[in-house]
Design a protein around this ligand. Structure first.
Ligand code: C2O
Ligand code: CU
Length: 482
């Protein structure tokens, strides 16, 4: 008998290779009197975000968002089996932290885990002491607390996760979504946050042992279960909307290692934002590739009634042993026939910085055999380097050539700064917009142009968490202007 679909066979890739809806306005009566009194602009109602629960703001101050997060061990149910997970506030994934650009965010963090941890605010260009780097902040011990306190500098979709023993802590459920809002939100009907994950579970339902195979050390931990907001293939997250509505979907890939390739059936979408917020110009694509750590914001338009399916394409073997790419549905929406006509949305992010490049440097990625760990991943010949790869003066515009000398791919992540992808490598089109993570395919050179504007000591690492734990972790220094 077939196992309950759609749990995927292991290993399925050895090959890692509101304005609320407005009804169509009827024409005003011809004799409508001119309004004589200016009506003050009412702030529009906050946009609803579906799929996640939002942290309660404990602060009465309008410019402060103050929340509490506790990391702890919680029994959650995945695919009908009880799993001992790591959670924020008992939730898998953690709750949504929502703020406006320029607001001060205060997070009262308590560690109720049996091991030390930190929280890293992935993508936020905040001061280095608040970044959750265990190289700067000493990890919060079990039973202890820490207060993160920073101002949100950029609008966009971000996520938070620990930066200690990440391959285990994140896999077990420690991650959550963040929205930093633009001063004026594009008025879609509503928003959603989809956190895509890929976990490796045993048949008993536990997290499989960590770093026990060469495959996992080589390609990262590729899972056998796709989760959307903690639910297997998004089952339980289904929703019903009305045809003609428009939504903003914020998507993050929180997997340890799996690059996601997504398609959408039954609705139209365009890409409106990425790691660094809204794009100057939306674009259309059939297949959306999201490397680990990256975010994409989509405008989804339910142009017709019917079933809408978000699918993730994964490699697997068919019954004759051939490798095939198959779609796994990770989220479904039913667009009911109740037709509305949501006003077109204006998407306009700031243009990218127009800056001359000051210099070019190279980071070479390779690996060596290690008697203990099996393999050690290196950046410029060093594993787990505490010597900065480079030191730049603040404000420097640097072209970084990421030279991958081996077969496995690497989603390279830079803390504290944004960059643009200048050359995605291998003749591939470069995704536009500001990024903090870029995929470097096997045996390929990728070039990014980074804006070194945020002074401090910053981690620079592979976001395949096993690679990071096995050495592919270094740092860059940006020296403050005098
Ligand atoms: Cu998502 Cu070093 O982080
Ligand atoms: Cu890597």
């Amino acid at each position: 008998m077939l196992k309950r679909l759609p749990v995927i066979l292991v290993p399925f890739t050895l090959l890692a290779c509101g304005q609320v809806e407005t009804e169509v306005p009827s024409p005003p009566p011809v004799s409508a009197p001119e309004p004589t009194v200016e009506v003050a602009d009412q702030p529009p109602p906050p946009l609803e975000v579906r799929g996640v629960t939002t942290l309660v703001d404990e602060s009465p101050e309008p410019d402060v968002v103050e929340v509490s997060l506790t990391a702890g061990v919680t029994q959650v149910t995945i695919d009908g089996k009880v799993v001992e997970a790591y959670t924020y506030n008992g939730q898998f994934p953690g709750p949504l932290l929502e703020a406006r650009q320029g607001q001060r965010i205060i997070v009262h963090f308590t560690n109720a885990l049996p091991e030390p941890t930190t929280i890293h605010w992935h993508g936020l260009r905040i001061p280095a002491e608040m970044d959750g780097s265990p190289r700067i902040q000493s990890p919060v011990k079990p039973g202890e607390t820490f207060t993160y306190d920073f101002v949100a500098p950029d609008a966009g979709s971000f996520w938070y996760h620990p930066h200690v023993r990440t391959n285990e802590q994140i896999e077990k459920g420690l991650y959550g979504p963040m929205i930093i809002r633009e001063p004026q939100d594009p008025r879609v009907t509503r928003e959603r946050f989809l956190l895509l994950d890929d976990v490796l579970l045993t048949s008993g339902g536990d997290f499989a042992p960590f770093l026990q195979s060469n495959m996992e050390a080589m390609h990262g931990r590729l899972g056998n279960t796709l989760l959307t907001n903690g639910l297997v293939n998004g089952q339980g997250l289904e929703d019903v909307v009305r045809s003609g509505e428009r939504e903003r979907w914020r998507i993050v890939n929180t997997s340890n290692a799996r690059t996601m390739v997504l398609t959408l059936e039954g609705a139209e979408f365009q890409v409106v934002g990425t790691d660094g917020g809204l794009l100057p110009q939306p674009y259309s694509t059939e297949r959306l590739e999201i490397a680990v750590g990256q975010r994409y914001d989509l405008e989804v338009i339910y142009f017709a009634p019917g079933e809408v399916k978000l699918q993730s394409w994964v490699l697997t073997r068919n019954s004759s042993g051939d490798v095939v790419e198959v779609p796994v549905t990770v989220f479904t929406v039913e667009a009911a026939a109740e037709v509305v006509n949501a006003a077109p949305v204006e998407w306009k992010g700031a243009p990218l910085p127009d800056r001359a490049e000051d210099e070019t440097v190279t980071i070479t990625i390779d690996a060596v055999n290690d008697p203990q760990l099996g393999i050690m991943w290196r950046l410029n010949g060093e594993a787990h380097s505490h010597t900065p790869l480079f030191t730049f003066p603040e404000g420097r515009t640097v072209r970084l050539r990421l030279s991958n000398t081996l077969g496995p791919e690497h989603p390279f992540h830079l803390h504290g700064q944004f960059f643009r992808i200048a050359d995605a490598g291998g003749g591939r089109a470069s995704p536009p917009g500001l990024k903090d993570t870029v995929l470097v395919p096997g045996f390929t050179d990728v070039e990014i142009v980074a804006y070194m504007d945020n002074p401090g000591r910053w981690m620079a690492h592979c976001h395949i968490l096993e690679h990071a734990e096995l050495g592919m972790m270094s740092e860059l220094v940006v020296e403050p202007k005098q």
